[in-house]
Design a protein around this ligand. Structure first.
Ligand SMILES: [Zn+2]
Length: 498
């Protein structure tokens, strides 16, 4: 796909210093759109959530969604920004088929939030990412290119447009250039977006689903020769739609730009597209300058002047930041940093917290959510939180295991049954008769049968070779269809053969 020459990463790092920057678009989870009352439900019938305002019909007038302003202030405060006492929306003029007004209402030189920061842990150190601005705008509609192989406009027979997304409030979060991450630049980019996603999730302002496009990233990358005071020319890789892709896009751009510079060439300032299948980028259009958009203050809207006491109310209601919460839970749960990262990455932190709150030990809660349940979610291609089992049910199952009423194998069957809608763990255990066989006489009988059927092994155990007992335990577990406590069975066999 790419014909670009690439420089090996480690060699590129010897000669060049990368600077990255990220622009993230977040669709706010408000019930209605930015400037009209249309609902914003994802996945509705195309063009069923539209009205004259978001279709840009003549004579229609926008009205600002107060909740979108509140959400944006919440984001700005959580990212340590200054909140403007007075700001305006601006018209950004350009033509695009999925934007029926031929302009986008955005913010230009008067954004709502400016000059903040977000701390990101990168390989054991903290990188303070400067935040240039957080502003509010409206999303565009969505084009669907039909008949081609790739779903892109190139090669398509015709295109359809869906305006359901047009006018959904969109927050743009722009970082300042991030120097000094060195060879960690690709990882730092991914971890910034991860931290931002967790923060936004904790603020309850967006469902932040990259796969549904409610969190989208543009990644800027430039290289400068090591020791040079000036920064290099940057490229902007558009719409990078997964955390892994953020990292790959930066990595690829570093290798590509290093090869261009090595050959004595110049990096072109341009927009590039990331290709998920190959992990490469290709040139898009050369980047517009701000003046190309003919920005001017939006004449149909009054300025936004959030009262100071309102801003302070929002600040006072901010939740504990995810980084502080992680540190607190890690200490409470006595888990390693790697364990906590695994929980965060799996989206299991809240689930484990709720399972612990419902009575499970942190180790058990972690074991079930990251083990069996993560496996099942993966198999289904769904998220952990979308599985049909509640933290309280998981806590009850681990309680039954801890009490010896279930072993792990039976517990997995209970999980399957709960997911299949057969009810709470206790109901499943009762209905399916899934309890550990603890009836001493039944177990003793199975033990005696196993010993009788395997005289050679029994003889070896009698001689003191305790490690040989495995097949006997296996035979009893088989005879009880897995419904015995293996440790208890082992104990019974050894007592019998002593
Ligand atoms: Zn509308």
């Amino acid at each position: 796909m790419t014909t670009d020459t690439l420089a090996p990463y480690s060699e590129a790092m010897e000669r060049y210093e990368p600077v990255i920057g990220l622009e993230t678009h977040v669709e706010l989870g408000t019930r209605t759109k930015m400037f009209c009352g249309c609902v914003t439900t994802f996945g509705a019938e195309p063009n069923s959530q539209v009205c004259p305002v978001c279709l840009g019909l003549p004579g229609s007038l926008p009205v600002v969604n107060r909740m979108a302003i509140e959400y944006t202030i919440r984001i700005g405060l959580a990212m340590n920004c200054t909140i403007a006492e007075w700001c305006r929306f601006a018209r950004k003029n350009y033509f695009y088929p999925d934007m029926p007004k031929n302009f986008q209402i955005s913010q230009y030189d008067e954004p709502l939030c400016t000059d903040g920061w977000l701390d990101v842990g990168v390989n054991g150190r903290t990188v303070r990412v400067g935040i240039e601005r957080v502003h509010l705008e409206e999303d565009t509609g969505k084009s669907l290119h039909v008949g081609g192989a790739t779903g892109r406009i190139h090669g398509a027979e015709y295109s359809l447009v869906d305006y359901n997304r047009a006018g959904i409030p969109l927050v743009e979060i722009v970082t300042k250039p991030i120097p000094g991450t060195g060879a960690d630049a690709p990882v730092a980019a991914r971890l910034y977006v991860t931290e931002l996603r967790d923060l936004l999730r904790s603020l309850h302002v967006s469902d932040v689903r990259m796969e549904e496009g409610s969190l989208r990233c543009d990644v800027n990358t430039s290289l400068a020769p090591r020791g040079s005071a000036a920064w290099g020319t940057r490229t902007e890789t558009k719409n990078v739609n997964s955390l892994r892709s953020v990292e790959r896009a930066v990595l690829f751009e570093i290798e590509r730009q290093a090869a261009v510079l090595d050959a004595g060439g110049r990096v072109k300032q341009e927009t590039r597209h990331f290709h998920e299948n190959t992990g490469t980028t290709t040139a898009g259009r050369s980047k517009e300058e701000a003046q190309d958009y003919r920005y001017f203050p939006e004449p149909d809207l009054v300025p936004v002047a959030p009262p100071a006491e309102w801003v302070e109310q929002i600040r006072a209601a901010l939740p504990e930041p995810p980084s502080a919460r992680r540190a607190r839970l890690r200490a409470e749960w006595d888990l390693s940093e790697a364990d906590m990262t695994a929980l965060s990455n799996a989206g299991a932190l809240d689930l484990v917290a709720e399972t612990v709150a419902a009575g499970a030990s942190p180790a058990d809660a972690r074991k079930w959510w990251l083990g069996e349940l993560a496996r099942l979610a993966n198999e289904d291609g769904t998220e952990l939180s979308a599985l049909g089992i509640t933290p309280a049910q998981v806590a009850r199952i681990s309680e039954l295991v801890a009490a010896g009423a279930l072993n792990d194998k039976l517990a997995r069957q209970v999980i399957d049954a709960v997911l299949a809608g057969e009810g709470d763990p206790d109901e499943v255990v009762k209905a399916r008769g899934l309890a550990v066989v603890s009836d001493e006489s039944a177990l003793t009988k199975a033990v005696d049968e196993a010993i009788a059927a395997n005289p050679d092994i029994a003889a070896r155990v009698r001689e003191g070779r305790v490690a040989a007992v495995g097949p006997l335990v296996g035979a009893v577990m088989k005879a009880t269809r897995g419904q015995a406590d293996a440790a208890r069975v082992r104990e019974l066999i050894l007592r019998r053969l002593s």
